[in-house]
Design a binder for this molecule. Sequence first.
Ligand code: NAD
Ligand code: TYD
Length: 368
Amino acid sequence: MTHTPTNILVTGAAGFIGSNFVHYWLGTYPNEKIIALDALTYAGNRENLDPVATSPQFRFVHGDILDTPLIEQLLVDEEINTIVHFAAESHVDRSIHGPDAFLKTNIEGSHSLLKAAKKIWLDGGVNDHRFHHVSTDEVYGTLTADEPAFTEQHRYLPNSPYAASKASSDHIVRSYHHTYGLNTTISNCSNNYGPYQFPEKLIPLVIANILDSKPLPIYGDGKQIRDWLYVDDHNRGIDLIIREGKTDNTYNIGGNNEWTNIDIVGLICTLLDEKFAHDTTMSSRFAKAPQNSGKKASSLITHVDDRLGHDRRYAINAHKIMTELGYNPVESFETGIRKTLDWYLSNEKWWRRIMDGSYQNWIGKNYK
Ligand code: NAD
Ligand code: TYD
């Protein structure tokens, strides 16, 4: 059965994927109203929503998903029939150093939203509703080099507190369909990259550190593999699932794009070396960069202690969403990574404010 979103509540809307989703949604469906909720933790940034702030279809609410009465009020007042739930603690390294916040937000917070949706939609007779839960491929655990990519049938075997908290919330979402009949869907996506990604994650961290001539920390041997997808390709997949996905179904989203960490870092180094070689303004804009003293960006690569419990390989089999819903990523890695690089070069103020602020970028990195 297809679902027709009218007014949509997006949680975690000031974070990386959430803010890109808001931009994507208002660009694609200018007549649909979007309520953007975010608690503005260290990872949430109101500025990420500035480009849509004056849209009459957009409202920002500074609030916490744990605040069930607030969510109930929003569902009623704004006549919301669709929730897209991104809000989470999302960084694996932080979950290793402090798991409590992950269990609180990702498990209890998701449950708070489900309770509100059940009360307002099910008890209130809103039949055409959809609760979409945004999850991760990390719930499936790790793969060896030869194992086939994760399908939706893969057993859950989460290894980090982050992955375990996401796995728990997936199960609770599923139980709200099975027990109460809430219309739910879940997507499990691979690693995203693109604009507005907080520079504690690998790709933006490496870009910012090269421009400031700081070490590029490679955990362990750097041969761990991740399957990278451009953020708007994730959002296109979520859009399809909300409208045409089957209730109580899980869809994997991925771009068939596996890279070792050391190769990704090497690629970003090469692309930035090329930028400095071809664009004469780069040297004055980024005076500290190694290219200005005749060095290559890769000279900054520094091996550090491995992450505890580090998953070796993630890979997504996206056959189900491709065949059932006609999904296909639009961006190739070549185009996506160049777009991302250009965004960080054009938005220095955005990432510099974070890098220069109170944000602790030591987490998980033991420089030798
Ligand atoms: P992010 O850390 O950039 O953003 C999370 C947002 O949630 C922040 O704006 C934060 O302020 C907000 N938030 C945190 N706790 C909240 C609370 N209690 N109430 C309201 N808002 C709260 O994360 P992201 O990378 O954009 O990830 C978004 C979602 O997508 C997460 O659920 C994550 O598990 C999932 N996901 C991420 C990736 C990835 O590669 N980044 C891949 C697959 C799935
Ligand atoms: P990250 O961006 O934190 O995403 P995730 O842990 O969710 O996959 O890390 C991507 C990969 O890069 C992961 O294997 C850990 C590795 N990594 C480093 O080697 N150095 C770093 O400084 C960071 C942040 C990550």
